[in-house]
Design a protein. Structure first.
Length: 239
């Protein structure tokens, strides 16, 4: 994980992420504090109040490209923080290192404010996009998941449109199919989309199953993530 934090927080937060199995490469900012997010949860509905903090000053030129792995995962909030030019530079850097570029749009409200076409232009070159149903509608102007996925597939080789408890619609040049969700005793859906994307990419890169099987496993893992409160469930509880 790559991020920017407030002065004095780097060592503490690096240790916290490492304890969760995440290697964090953090820049320190002398002016802005570490970002924060408050999440209000009511059933399957959530409201996010986000303050990017030091991430607003993330310096792409300082990223540890020698540590880049199989894919680069970009949040829509990253686009907001660093702007379209730096986002394109980041995508170019990843592609030069043979990486897949993956994007989670992050917020339908953010996309509305930013502009759908402007956002699409900023992430041009992305290989895999993981919008939820509302984000896909904002990006395409179409509500039906299949139609929205079809339109997005004209710009992105692989579209995985997540639909909460209903599962996900996956679209690439050879596949267009909805994979049903997994019934579970959901406590908090926060982080389920991230869990879905993480498992999807792991299974996709492993290459052990079809695209539908990869999506099904990601749905199962996302369902597990909803059984815990908060966006960072205990990893051992998910295995």
């Amino acid at each position: 994980m790559i991020a920017r934090v407030g002065a004095g927080d780097k060592v503490k937060l690096s240790a916290e992420f490492l304890a969760k199995g995440v290697s964090a490469h953090l820049q320190e900012d002398s002016e802005l504090p570490t970002g924060t997010i408050a999440v209000l949860v009511e059933g399957e509905n959530r409201t996010f109040y986000t303050e990017r903090g030091a991430n607003k000053n993330l310096e792409v030129s300082m990223l540890p490209v020698d540590l880049f792995g199989d894919f680069l995962y970009i949040s829509g909030y990253t686009v907001l923080s660093i702007g379209p030019d730096a986002t394109q530079k980041l995508i170019d850097m990843a592609q030069q290192h043979g990486m897949l570029v993956v994007c989670d749009p992050g917020s339908s409200g953010f996309i509305r404010d930013y502009g759908a076409q402007e956002f699409l232009d900023a992430i041009a070159g992305t290989d895999v996009i993981f919008p939820n149903q509302e984000e896909a509608e904002v990006l395409t102007g179409e509500s039906p998941p299949q139609l929205a996925a079809d339109l997005l597939s004209r710009k992105f080789p692989l579209v995985v449109l997540t639909m909460g408890p209903a599962g996900a619609f996956v679209r690439n040049p050879t596949t267009a199919e909805q994979v049903p969700g997994v019934k579970t005793q959901s406590v908090d859906p926060t982080g389920a989309g991230d869990a879905f994307a993480a498992m999807f990419m792991r299974e996709l890169l492993d290459g052990q199953g079809s695209l539908i099987e990869v999506t099904r496993r990601a749905c199962e893992f996302a369902a597990q993530a909803t059984r815990f409160i908060g966006g960072q469930p205990n990893i051992k509880s998910l295995n």
